[in-house]
Design a binder for this molecule. Sequence first.
Ligand code: HDE
Length: 708
Amino acid sequence: MTKKQIDGKHNENDKQQDLARATTPPGEVLTDNMGHVVSDDQNSLKAGERGPTLLEDHFLREKLHHFDHERIPERIVHARGSGAHGYFQLNESLADYTTAEILTEVGVQTPVFVRLSTVAGFRGSVDTPRDVRGFATRFYTKQGNWDLVGNNIPVFFIQDAIKFPDFVHAVKPEPHHEMPQASSAHDTLWDFISLTPESMHTIMWAMSDRTLPRSLDTMDGFGVHTFRLINASGKATFVKYHWKAVRGAHSQVWDEAMKTQAADNDHHRRMMWETIDQGGTLEWDFGVQLFTEEQAAEWDFDVLDPTKIVPEDLVPVRIVGRMVLNRNPDNFFAETEQVAFMPSNIVPGMDFSEDPLLQGRNFSYLDTQLSRLGSPNWQALPINRSLAPVHNNQRDGHMRHEINPGRVSYFPNSLGGNKPAHDPERGFRSHPVMASGQKLRVRPESFSDHYGQAKLFWNSLTPIEREHVCKALQFELSKVETRHVRVAMLEHLEQIHPLLASQVALALGEQPRADQTAKLGGTKDSPEETALLATADAPTTASGGLQKTSGLSQLEQPQSAKGRMVAILCGDGVDASAVKNLQQALEKQGAKGEVVGPHLGDLGGVEARKTISNTHPVLFDAVYALNGMVAGEPLAGNADAQTFIAEAYKHYKPIGAQGEGQKLVDNAPCPDLKKDATLGVLIDDLDGFVQALGQHRYWNRVTGKAKA
Ligand code: HDE
């Protein structure tokens, strides 16, 4: 049995079993694609030992033919992604709102495949640029596939699908020189944004910490659009879907994200792979915001507008289930690359809303699969096929896999007993939404407030998060070469908050508004700056009367050490029992300690699997210093190890040290570093260190006093 065997966790209709039918075990003997045993596929057939290759060589031709056609077009957006299998389990029934079995059958584990992606970069780009992340989930339900194709931020840049090609052309690398790769910091994107006021709320999210996730399982997910749920008596309720990271949503800081790209292009993908490979899981709570059409009609924003959230202070998120990812794909191409999500994959008991972005997506995803996967039979690929049986009169096309017996492929028919038959009871029925009116190419007036929720977002962030937004805008806009684009953006920022606009103006060499001239502190991360950004909330509109709301700041997140990676810095002759104690203490909390030594292998009873020079502090959540020697000198004197500590401090990460390790902390080239437990530097305090991991970052290092 391979690892595709049933693990007892999933329901009867197990996708694992289904995929196993398509999985070819490695063979003993080499054959060609028609099953002929091959005697030699390393030398082509030639006329004489040194002669030309013969066209007759059908083995050569077949091998090259297949190779020549191995590539398929990558996704036009979300090209770079990583996938994993798992299950979804409902813990609270939503039967009052829907007939969808996946949302009513408590305790059933439904197989899922999830693909998490960046948006702008190509398939071979990096994992940690500043970018929105795709969060696409396929539920293989008993009623057919349900795809929830969302993002890690709850709003989108445009309000109408017809603008999507323009937006994507603007954000992708510029067409004349194909630069920059996987980055939004360039003229065409900001030109488009500056001319598209509806993008202001989303651009605030894009410039926030949300777009620098620490790992794939420390980001939340959002269905973005308003959908409908339909109950047994045909009543519709509006719903917004949420994924809340069980480990909490946490981010990297910008300097760290940039360095991560250099240290490991595949950092997020590798973390997800290794976590699962080592028996761990990635987990999210599934939540819904439920509200009626009547409630929605009361609010000063339109729930059909995808640039708006429904603030959690208006409608709390009700957690009703959990998703667990626990199995890596067997083959990246067959599963992660060929998976084809579609927002139009919904099941009875659900329906769309009239959100014009969603309506356009329902066309676009179906359409794109044809150019990416090459045939209308892409739905029969193992990763795409439904666990619910498929019967209809669709036939033929390139690469047809099914063999449909009989002569009936039409309806109505008498020759086949009028089958497959319609089933009005079990079948999908659109909710009878009233729709009438003139044909108009317009945007509704109710979509016209573009700054209200941008302000709500700004107000709801903590000072340190505001500072990060401010710095991101300073960085991104300073990369824009065209001055009028930069200036146009300042005018928009002015509408969100004059202080924000002024701070960005200063960095761009523009004149800040006269009453907002307070300078940035001068030094990076200065107390003055943070205090400045703590001031003055903006008045909001389009937010249901709220000034700020919960659910937006990442610093409200749960504190847990689970999944945290700790670098244990040590040298030859390290105190092996100290390493083991630390590792055990970490494991107890679900964290992991990786020994980082001067070389690979044995350090004296402890094995180093990473070295000080082959890894980097940005790849860890915290550092713990112990003792030992490096090339005959004490670890504390090693410059690279000292820098390791300094970098971790600079990125606000917990630092621990024990015994001799303390000297390494003393020697770190970081004048601000204080051995102060309240700043997350814990000396000879193992328990305190493990607890500190839960806090993720010590933002109070910025101010020394101001609270995050
Ligand atoms: Fe997508 N989007 N999108 N998008 N999107 C695609 O579909 C599109 C939008 C999202 O891991 C493409 O199969 C249009 C919003 C994710 O395979 C394409 C519009 C949200 C993924 C496409 C949007 C998303 C895609 C490219 C505006 C969050 C990756 C390949 C009307 C709610 C799925 C593909 C995966 C992928 C079109 C806007 C999320 C071209 C036309 C809003 C997570 O069809």
